[in-house]
Design a protein around this ligand. Structure first.
Ligand code: ZN
Length: 201
């Protein structure tokens, strides 16, 4: 994930408790002029938005995209143990929020490098998972690990390879990780690696 507030170089003061999850879906003040916002349906629209009565800015909120990989090395899968909330200490596939001005593939590679320090070659898109409860879409690419050497970043407590029959199912971070690993095992058994789409309610 890219919420690296605890590890970055800023000296700004933060409140004692940070709320990472779920992200706020409404906002109180205009991001353009700072005046208070009103919750209303703009003309020609069909749902409520936060609208500025002062400058007219309409603040749209849309789902966030999480991108990641299923990194495979000699029939083992690379997992990272999270050093950040939410789900501190749980195992995850390398993944995080897509940044502006990058492609989904670039984001998946970047997150794999940031969280595991792994050198991988990206394969095809493997899972597309809607998570409407938290306004997110998660997308995982298959990936081949090119070197056993790992260098986990500050968002990971550790990174290591797991045999496919040793995946820590009870200690996984998110249902999207669970679904993606299940889909991988099914695909490997059938030899057909089609793209899986699933909606997690
Ligand atoms: Zn405004």
């Amino acid at each position: 994930m890219t919420d690296s507030i605890a590890s970055d170089k800023t000296t700004m003061t933060l409140p004692g408790t940070l709320h990472y999850f779920p992200a706020p879906t409404t906002q109180a003040f205009c991001s353009q002029c700072g005046n208070p916002l009103s919750r209303l349906v703009p003309p020609e629209d069909n749902r409520e938005r936060d609208v500025c009565n002062h400058c007219g800015a309409v603040h749209y909120r849309n789902p966030l995209i999480v991108v990641g990989t299923v990194p495979i090395w000699n029939d083992q899968v690379l997992l990272c143990r999270r050093a950040i909330e939410p789900r501190y200490g749980k195992w995850t596939l390398p993944a995080g929020f897509m940044e502006l001005a990058e492609t989904t593939a670039q984001g998946a590679l970047r997150e794999t490098d940031e969280e595991a320090g792994a050198d991988v070659t990206l394969g095809s898109l493997f899972t597309v998972l809607d998570v409407p409860r938290v306004n997110q879409v998660h997308m995982y690419f298959l990936a081949t690990v090119n070197s056993e050497r790992l260098d986990p970043g500050p968002e990971s407590l550790e990174a290591r390879f797991f045999n496919l029959d040793e995946i820590p199912w009870e200690e996984l971070s998110f249902r999207t990780v669970f679904h993606t690993l299940q889909a991988y095992l099914q695909s490997r058994a059938s030899g057909r690696f089609a793209t899986h789409y699933h909606s997690i309610e």
